[in-house]
Ligand binder design. Structure first.
Ligand SMILES: *Cc1c(COP(=O)(O)O)cnc(C)c1O
Length: 404
């Protein structure tokens, strides 16, 4: 995904052609980038031989899931819808883990029926519910228990999940109680200790701290966990030249940890697999001069890409075709929605744009389309995948008719 002279290309395809052919706003994914991201993780974690389960909530597109499955990954799901989609996309149930604090009895029943690898439970009540359903079915169900390690992931507070004030997982004391409870159950089989401390983590320290806490707790339980699920959260570079998570070091620390227990390691990455593999192409509808800056009103909005409005996340915006304008402008890129937070980015030095020009919002593959909505009754955009220079529509733009 790069410029060749003035034009931006995705896997060998000129992106201006895509915009013309499929109209905008348009989500476009690079197969090569997905594969490279997966290979990068695999390479760093090579000595661990982990099961890598893609966090489906980052992007639940069926074609993408199917490609990710073919590249050897399993799935981490958080709802019945995601579980169904993962199975439909060809991911084998024995590579699927089910997370989430509020699984309903219908969802648990469905997961048990499909014989997935693990249900990672997050409370005593949930464990009792799983046990009840398993008993009714005369089954022994494999579960994990999610620990809340009370560690600060040092990321945005809205995407932190591992502190004791967060709703996720159980405290150390509860964890120890639950281990002995599940041990006595005839219908539950305790296989896994899971953690997931947050998302977009770039600092290795919270991960290291979590490993230390796990170490301490596993010793206390004296239990032999077949799996240790370390969750996802590996951060990506939304800014050129920004900080990078030291995956190699993280892998070395996990190897040391694993030697003591010989459990199989599971990861649940979402963002680090698909985030950098997607762009959103958008057209300038109007330019509105406003004092010291100009508003660039795009045809993409917060309903298409929610992260800036939801977390104040910053996504780089670049021109689809570079011009040679020497003068640079101060722009604020906004969407057409009637909300002040429908705003993508303020830039200081952007090339001079005119109406109908095209821009690219970068790194939107994760939590882009999956967080999209029909707010303002706007149809959801088309998604396309470029694989070996072949263009495939993987989700069609919604019709206004569908919304009436
Ligand atoms: C969201 C989530 C993930 C994925 O997080 P990323 O930051 O996208 O890697 C993994 N595990 C669980 C339990 C989650 O809720």
């Amino acid at each position: 995904m790069k410029y060749k002279r003035k034009n931006y290309f995705v896997d060998g395809v000129k992106s201006s052609i895509l915009a013309k052919k499929f109209s905008t706003p348009l989500y476009c994914y690079s197969y090569k980038k997905i594969r490279d991201n997966i290979n990068d993780l695999k390479k760093n974690f090579n000595n661990l031989n982990p099961l890598i389960c893609f966090a489906v909530k980052a992007n639940p597109n069926k074609s993408l899931l199917s490609e990710i499955g073919k590249l050897g990954l399993g799935a981490d799901v958080v709802s019945m819808g995601e579980l169904m989609k993962a199975i439909k996309a060809g991911i084998k149930p024995d590579k699927i883990v089910f997370s989430g604090v509020g699984k309903t009895n219908i969802e648990i029943d469905y997961a048990i029926k499909n014989k997935i690898l693990l249900i990672n439970a997050e409370s005593k009540s949930e464990i009792l519910e799983i046990e009840k359903i398993a008993k009714n079915k005369r089954r022994k169900v494999d579960i994990g228990i999610r620990l809340n390690p009370n560690t600060d992931a040092k990321t945005l507070s809205q995407i932190s999940t591992g502190k004791k004030e967060n709703k996720f997982g159980v405290s150390e004391d509860t964890f120890l109680d639950l281990v002995s409870y599940v041990n006595k159950s005839k219908n539950l089989n305790l296989k896994c200790l899971s953690v997931h401390i947050g998302s977009q983590i770039l600092d290795i320290k919270p991960y290291q701290k979590t490993l230390k806490i796990l170490d301490k707790i596993i010793k206390k339980t004296k239990y032999n966990f077949e799996y240790i699920d370390l969750g996802g959260g590996m951060g990506i570079n939304y800014k050129k030249g920004g900080k990078k998570l030291n995956l190699k070091k993280y892998a070395e620390d996990i190897i040391k940890f694993k030697k003591k227990y010989n459990s199989k390691i599971i990861f649940e990455p979402g963002r680090s697999i698909i985030g950098s593999a997607g762009i959103l192409i958008s057209k300038v509808i109007y330019i509105k001069e406003g004092g010291k800056k100009s508003f660039i009103i795009l045809d993409a909005a917060m309903n298409d890409l929610m992260r800036p409005a939801l977390y104040n996340a910053k996504h780089q915006i670049i021109p689809l075709i570079k011009n040679n304008s020497k003068s640079k402008k101060k722009y604020e890129f906004v969407g057409p929605i009637c909300e002040t937070t429908d705003k993508f980015l303020s830039t200081k030095n952007f090339q001079v744009l005119k109406e109908k020009d095209l821009v690219i919002i970068c790194d939107v593959g994760a939590y882009g389309m999956s967080l999209s909505s029909n707010y303002n009754l706007r149809p959801k955009p088309t998604e396309i995948l470029i694989k070996n220079s072949q263009i495939k529509i993987i989700s069609k733009r919604q019709n206004l008719k569908d919304l009436m």
